[in-house]
Design a protein around this ligand. Structure first.
Ligand code: PPE
Length: 307
């Protein structure tokens, strides 16, 4: 089903949410966006880490000198009402701010900033069965952007041209996903996920200084892992450590917590979801499915008021 889209302050029917072909974003990728999930928990529908996602949207916009003409609170409310009006109990939420009309040419400063919020159903991101069985991945031949080229703290549309190269190569070779190295050859992240590595009971993940997106699921998993008594080290990791890992998994809003079973055809651990991954994954799903939420990570979605 196609749901109404919030477009510059108003909900409009799906078919009417259109932009002009001469919008700046179409030519230069000048957008910033978020991916957020709303879960149907046993205690009602809740949006996972709404404040953190909306804050990252504003951070991304700030980096690109894009002024979103709404406050953080207004965008949060707009997200909640877009979900309510859709009637969806669980969904993926895509807020996006982009440079619209105002003339072409690289300089985006004269162009309007338009803001939209869309919601839809999005199942397992890396394929059916991925959450239980794990996925097969390769190390991508494309690197993550180098520092001071494209800002990686911004979740910007243009960054995903690089991600799309990685994803297309992986799919065409029969893998589910590609893992990118940083410009100096150290482990970074997947095309749309952060990466965790486990060896001898210690959990490792790349620091944000290696040009990764500061993932909100990553942050949640770090919190959960520490609460379960694990040591987590954010540090530079060499490529070959992937092949020697006991367990590997991806995190992301769309990917949630997805185990990795092979990398470049090296079998990781037992070639299936490992025990620590399973423990952390079920702790994550206990929050978003069962609604056991000690950190207040979920924001309740108000029931739609029928007119
Ligand atoms: N790294 C990248 C490059 C990335 O795109 C995402 C999210 C993450 C890490 C994880 O971040 P977080 O969602 O805050 O935990 N990728 C989004 C877009 C996926 C897409 O195909 O579009 C997402 O998961 O929503």
């Amino acid at each position: 089903m196609q749901h109404d889209i919030w477009f510059n302050g108003k909900l409009v029917p799906y078919e009417d949410a259109k932009i002009h072909v001469l919008s700046h974003v179409v030519h230069y990728g000048s957008s910033v966006f978020e991916g957020i999930r709303c879960y149907e928990t046993k205690k009602g529908s809740g949006v996972f880490r709404l404040r953190e996602h909306v804050r990252r949207l504003f951070d991304s916009a700030k980096i690109y000198r894009m002024e979103i003409p709404y406050s953080i609170e207004e965008i949060e409310q707009a997200i909640l009402s877009t979900i309510s009006q859709s009637g969806l109990k669980s969904c993926y939420i895509r807020p996006l701010a982009f440079r619209g009309m105002g003339g072409l040419g690289v300089n985006p400063l004269p162009n309007d900033v338009d803001t939209v919020i869309a919601v839809w159903n999005w199942g397992a991101y890396l394929g059916d069965g991925a959450l239980e069985q794990g996925v097969d991945v390769e190390v991508a031949s494309w690197n993550r952007m180098a520092p001071n080229t494209f800002p990686s703290l911004a979740k910007a549309g243009g960054n995903y041209l690089n991600a799309a190269l990685v994803k297309m190569d992986a799919i065409l070779k029969g893998y589910n996903e590609g893992i990118m190295l940083s410009s100096n050859g150290l482990l970074a992240e997947g095309s749309g996920e952060n990466l965790f590595l486990i060896r001898d009971g210690v959990i490792y993940t790349a620091p944000t200084s290696l040009s990764i997106l500061p993932g909100i699921t990553r942050d949640s998993l770090i919190t959960i892992a520490r609460e379960h008594g694990y040591t987590i080290e954010e540090r530079a990791i060499q490529r070959e450590a992937l092949y020697l890992a006991d367990e590997l998994f991806f995190t992301g809003t769309a990917a949630e917590v997805t185990p990795i079973r092979t990398v470049d055809k090296h079998v990781i651990g037992e070639g299936k979801r490992g025990p620590i991954t399973e423990k952390l994954q079920s702790a994550f799903f206990d929050v978003v499915k069962n609604g056991n939420d000690p950190h207040n990570w979920l924001t309740a979605v108000p029931e739609a008021v029928s007119a």
